[in-house]
Design a binder for this molecule. Structure first.
Ligand SMILES: [Zn+2]
Length: 303
């Protein structure tokens, strides 16, 4: 049995997976905001509960909104900023009394969908999380591509491609720059597009529902968003040429994107045809814990 943990900004989820991928048990707790030791205590409590009900899992994988820096061994790039600069894998392993493999949450998402999800059987997969942040993960031949800086697939903090005049310099990003792709394509980015056309700021799902009902402002905002996503993904396709792109996160639940984005990306991709498929995830919210659990199927680089 494998145990996967998904540490998100609002909740921590743990699941026990059978060898065939069946989830035997899953539990969640709210994330103690800004509290590093609280997060470790919450993970410990979740794992103790699962140990008691399912037997002790020998391997634990955890996905975090960030990554371990190969240079320092400490967490970097985490939007749960209390993790930054901490030896989170070692602290978790000490608290849980067994080895822990840590990976970026978008990498876990991509791995889950590549192994037995919407991208099963594809050789090159790009997994995207469009949520509070914009993350990306690459899986090649069933293995996560981590990269020498542990940032492979991190497209969210590059500038939005082919910017129009009203897209420059773009909103300030928490990374310190302006106009990052993340500021256009996260949940707030949907709301910003809507606001720029005269709508009132709202949740991405609410704006999508209004567009479904025929609201002209919401439809125009989603069209603008789809064009931005098409531009940003076109640069990913030019660089990586994946067979399948899977969209996760809250914004990935907007069904119109699966029709509208591929209809627009052909104008930007450097190719006569685009065979890349854009698909919704099979496992949805569960891909975080599933991919984390699958980390132990992965050969790991030597330290
Ligand atoms: Zn940024």
């Amino acid at each position: 049995m494998r145990l996967g943990i998904d540490i998100g900004g609002t909740k921590i989820e743990a699941a026990a997976l059978e060898a065939d991928g069946t989830i035997r048990l899953r539990r969640r707790l709210p994330t103690p905001a800004g509290d590093y030791h609280g997060i470790i205590a919450a993970v410990k409590a979740l794992v103790a509960g699962i140990d008691a009900d399912c037997g002790r899992a020998e391997s634990i994988g955890a996905g975090i909104p960030g990554t371990l820096s190969p240079a320092t061994g400490l967490v970097k790039n985490a939007n749960s900023t209390c993790l930054i600069g901490r030896p989170f894998d070692r602290d978790l392993a000490a608290a849980l009394g067994r080895p822990v493999r840590l990976a970026n949450d978008a990498n876990c998402f991509a791995l889950s969908e590549a192994i037995d999800g919407a991208a099963q059987g594809a050789r090159v997969v790009f997994g995207v999380i469009l949520g509070t942040g914009v993350g990306g993960g690459i899986v090649v031949d069933g293995r996560v591509l981590t990269g020498i800086n542990a940032i492979a697939g991190e497209w969210g903090h590059s500038p939005l491609p082919w910017p129009q005049d009203d897209e420059r310099p773009g909103a300030a990003c928490y990374c310190g720059k302006h106009g990052c792709t993340e500021t256009f394509l996260n949940g707030t980015g949907v709301s910003r597009a809507y606001e720029a056309l005269g709508g009132r700021p709202d949740e991405a799902a609410a704006i999508a529902a209004r567009a479904e009902a025929g609201d002209a402002t919401a439809l125009a905002a989603l069209a603008r968003y789809a064009d931005r996503l098409a531009r940003a993904l076109a640069t990913v396709i030019n660089l990586l040429d994946p067979e399948i792109i899977v969209l996760g996160g809250g914004v990935g639940q907007i069904q119109a994107l699966y029709r509208d984005v591929p209809a627009r990306w052909a104008a930007y991709v450097f190719s006569d045809r685009v065979a890349t498929k854009l698909v919704p995830p099979r496992w949805g919210d569960s891909s975080g814990v599933r991919g984390a659990a699958w980390l132990w199927s992965e050969p790991q680089p030597k330290p």
